[in-house]
Design a protein around this ligand. Sequence first.
Ligand code: URA
Length: 279
Amino acid sequence: MTPDPAPSMHQLLAFYLEAGVDCALSDEPVSRMTDEVAAAAVESRPSRPAAALQPALEPAAPPPHIAAPAPDAAIISAREAAAPAPSLEALRALMESFDGCALKATATRLVFADGNPQARIMFVGEAPGREEDIEGLPFVGRSGKLLDRMLAAIGLNRGNAYIANVIPWRPPGNRTPTPQETQICLPFIRRQIELVDPDVLVTLGNPSTQTLLATRDGIMRTRGRWFDFDTGSRKIRALPTFHPAYLLRQPSYKRLAWQDLRAIATALEDGSEATAPSS
Ligand code: URA
């Protein structure tokens, strides 16, 4: 039997892309097979003196991003760093230099915000995707285009609205951020909201809603319901609605999203508590 020819570089890259591998984690390849073999060797031969195993076990030097501090320490240092930031510029600068979140090492750049910091309304999504990571701006991909249309439907745009994410670095391959990563990033987005100090905060989708509004209810229950986002010095009215990426997959929910948008417009018009119809 003739063996299959080795795949070309192009075919291999196409395979990786299809499997969701769309970024490199380090400049040098690391053989996980070798690591596993070494780990298995340790487990299966506990009685051998460690020195005798040394050559086979020599692990490859860990890529630099593995050196991020333990999550608890990182959460504390994020809190200590974010809370006193006197301005959005200062907050951005300290996030640029913060090394406590491992996502920073795999992301291309920080995705801080887009829009007008003086806006009366702020939208917060979950985390940047591939396009956002490349451009350094939130919501510029497909779901961003839909968000722009949603904003335009109630007279908003990036000149009179402010947009950010709970997580400012793209998770590799767009995986879901871990709870620790979310907790590490939370002090930064909380401070960002305090500094923008909008009249209305809109959380886009479940992760942003549950993280910022401290609820365990799912988006089907929370959307269209007013919450308070407590900054410590004041309460900002907050309305959860569907994430535009979800609306792209489930267009039938656009009808409910439209009701939420109307409630947002009313809240901005009269500055008073507005209630979105719930169905
Ligand atoms: N999804 C998000 O939650 N945020 C972005 O910036 C883009 C997609």
